[in-house]
Design a protein around this ligand. Structure first.
Ligand code: ZN
Length: 475
C-alpha cells in the first residue's frame, strides 16, 4: 500500500498526511495528483492536486469489483470511472467530475459488509448517471447571477428605504433576505438530486441482483447520527443531506427489493474484511491494531492487520514470519506476496523481495503498482536494470501519473549510464508531483542530449515548455 505523505516529509503535508506521517516504515507516496498530464499523454482530467490519495492494488481491485457491475447496469462501463481512496477518517463518498468516485478510507473501514460500500457506490453512480454535477454547476452559475441581481435589488430596496426616511429598517436584512431565498432554492435542488440518486441506486442494485439493505442501513445510520450527534457529523451528511423524509422514502423503496435479504458471498466478505484489516494495519497506531485485532483472534483478517502492524513497527523478522503464515493459508493471494516484498524492501533486504514480488505481479489482475515495487527491488539489489526499465514502462502505460514509477525509471536509466533518459524520467517525476519548474529545467537538459525529433526528445520538448493548465487551481 502506498499512502500519501512520506517520501517528501519536508514537503507540504495535507492534514490527513500528517496523521499518516507516523507510518514512517510504510511505502508512502505523495500521490497528490499532477496539474495535468503533458500533451503527449492522455488528456483526461486527473484527480485534483493536494488530495491525500491512497494507492493500493488490492483495495483498488476490490472496489473495481464492487463498481463494475453497477457501472455496466448504469450504462457507464465505457466511461473509465475510477474509485479513488482518500486517506480521511470521516465517513464520506462523493463525485466531483464524471470520472472519479472518491471514497474515504474511514467509510471503507466503517462498512461492515461489502454490501454497505456497494450501496453507497450505487448512490454515487446514481449521481453520475443522472449527470447531476453538470446540472448543479449550471444551477450554481445561475444562482451567482441571480444573487448579484438580488444583492442589487436589496441595495435598491435599502436605498429606497433611506430615501423615504423610514428609520429603523435593517439594510443588512434587506441584502440577506434574497440570498437566503436562493440558498433555499439550491438546497431543494440538491435534495431533489439526492432523491433521484437514491432511486437510481436502488434500481442499479436491483438490476445487478444485490441487496438494498446496506445502502438503507448506512443512510439510516448517518441520518440518525445527524439527528442525535450535534458535535460531529460525518462529511457525507453535508454533501448528501439526509433529512428524515428522505430516509423514510428510501426505506419504502429499498424494502420492496426482492434481494433485500441477499447476503454477500463469504469470499467477498473475506476480501472486504482483509481490506479493513489492511487499512487498520497501515493507518492505525500499533496499540489500536492490537486492541481491534487481539492476538487470540486467529482469523485471517486479524493476522493480516497484526502482520502489517509488526512490519510498520520495524519488527521485520517477526513480520516476515507472520506474512509467511498468511501465504501458507492463502498461497494464491497475490497481495500477501506483495506485502512480503514491501516489508523486505523497506527493511533493507531488497534482494529477498524480488521473488515474492514476481509472484505477486504474476497473479494480481492489475499489477501495475506492484511492478513499480518489483522494479524498486531489482534496482536496490543491483539486479537487472534493463528488466526494471521494461517493468516500469509497462507500469507507466497503465499508471501514467505515478511519480514513484518515474523516480525508479530515472534510477534505472542512471544505472545504465543513460543520462538523457534519466533526466527525462526525473522531469516526468517532477511533473506528476506538480513541480513544474523542476520538470521544465530537467526536460530542457534532457533535450540537449537526445536525438532531435526522437520520441523521447518530443516528450522532453513538451515538458520543457509545460505550463500550469488554465483553471488548474480553480477545480
Ligand atoms: Zn448523494
Amino acid at each position: 500500500m502506498a499512502l500519501p505523505g512520506t517520501p517528501n516529509k519536508a514537503g507540504c503535508l495535507t492534514p490527513a498526511a500528517r496523521v499518516v506521517a507516523l507510518a514512517t516504515a510504510a511505502a508512502l507516496v505523495l500521490s497528490s495528483a499532477p496539474a495535468s498530464p503533458p500533451l503527449h499523454a492522455q488528456s483526461a482530467p486527473s484527480t485534483p492536486p493536494g488530495l491525500p490519495v491512497i494507492r493500493d492494488a488490492e483495495i483498488e481491485q476490490l472496489l473495481r469489483d464492487y463498481t463494475q457491475p453497477l457501472l455496466r447496469a448504469a450504462g457507464l462501463a465505457k466511461q473509465n470511472v475510477k474509485v479513488v481512496i482518500l486517506n480521511e477518517r470521516g465517513f464520506n463518498a462523493f463525485v466531483m467530475d464524471g470520472r472519479h468516485i472518491f471514497v474515504n478510507s474511514g467509510a471503507l473501514f466503517e462498512a461492515k459488509t461489502p454490501n454497505e460500500v456497494i450501496g453507497v457506490l450505487a448512490h454515487e453512480i446514481g449521481h453520475l448517471a443522472g449527470g447531476h454535477l453538470a446540472r448543479l454547476r449550471e444551477q450554481l452559475a445561475t444562482a451567482q447571477t441571480a444573487s448579484i441581481i438580488a444583492m442589487l435589488a436589496g441595495i435598491g430596496a435599502m436605498v429606497a428605504a433611506s430615501r423615504s426616511s423610514q428609520i429603523g429598517g435593517n439594510p443588512a436584512a434587506a441584502i440577506l433576505a434574497p440570498q437566503e431565498t436562493i440558498k433555499r432554492t439550491l438546497l431543494s435542488y440538491v435534495r431533489a438530486q439526492e432523491d433521484a440518486a437514491d432511486h437510481a441506486g436502488v434500481k442499479l442494485l436491483n438490476a445487478t441482483g444485490q441487496s438494498t439493505r446496506g445502502m438503507y442501513d448506512t443512510f439510516k445510520r448517518l441520518g440518525d447520527e445527524m439527528l442525535f450527534q450535534s458535535r460531529y457529523i460525518d462529511p457525507y451528511v453535508q454533501s448528501h443531506p439526509l433529512p428524515t423524509d428522505r430516509v423514510a422514502a428510501l426505506e419504502v423503496l429499498a424494502k420492496q427489493s426482492p434481494y433485500w435479504d441477499k447476503k454477500d458471498s463469504p469470499e467477498l466478505q473475506m476480501r472486504h474484511d482483509l481490506m479493513r484489516a489492511k487499512l487498520a494495519g497501515f493507518l492505525d497506531r500499533g496499540e489500536t491494531v492490537a486492541r481491534r485485532y487481539p492476538a487470540n483472534d486467529q482469523g485471517l483478517p486479524a493476522r493480516y492487520a497484526r502482520a502489517i502492524a509488526a512490519y510498520r513497527h520495524t519488527d521485520l523478522r517477526n513480520a516476515v514470519a507472520q506474512i509467511d503464515g498468511l501465504i501458507a493459508a492463502q498461497p494464491n493471494n497475490p497481495y500477501f506476496y506483495e506485502l512480503k516484498g514491501q516489508a523486505l524492501i523497506e527493511g533493507g533486504r531488497p534482494a529477498e523481495a524480488v521473488a515474492p514480488l514476481r509472484r505477486a505481479v504474476q497473479s494480481a489482475p492489475q499489477p501495475a503498482l506492484i511492478k513499480i515495487l518489483l522494479a524498486q527491488a531489482l534496482l536496490a539489489s543491483n539486479q537487472n536494470s534493463e528488466e526494471a526499465v521494461g517493468m516500469l514502462q509497462s507500469a507507466i502505460a497503465v499508471e501514467p501519473e505515478a511519480p514513484d514509477a518515474y523516480t525508479q525509471l530515472a534510477m534505472a536509466y542512471g544505472k545504465k549510464g543513460d543520462v538523457a533518459q534519466a533526466d527525462l524520467a526525473s522531469a516526468q517525476a517532477a511533473f506528476v508531483r506538480g513541480d513544474l519548474r523542476t520538470a521544465r529545467q530537467l526536460a530542457a537538459r534532457a533535450k540537449t542530449r537526445l536525438p532531435i525529433g526522437s520520441p523521447a526528445w518530443v516528450r522532453a520538448d513538451d515538458l520543457a515548455t509545460v505550463k500550469a493548465p488554465a483553471g488548474a487551481k480553480s477545480n
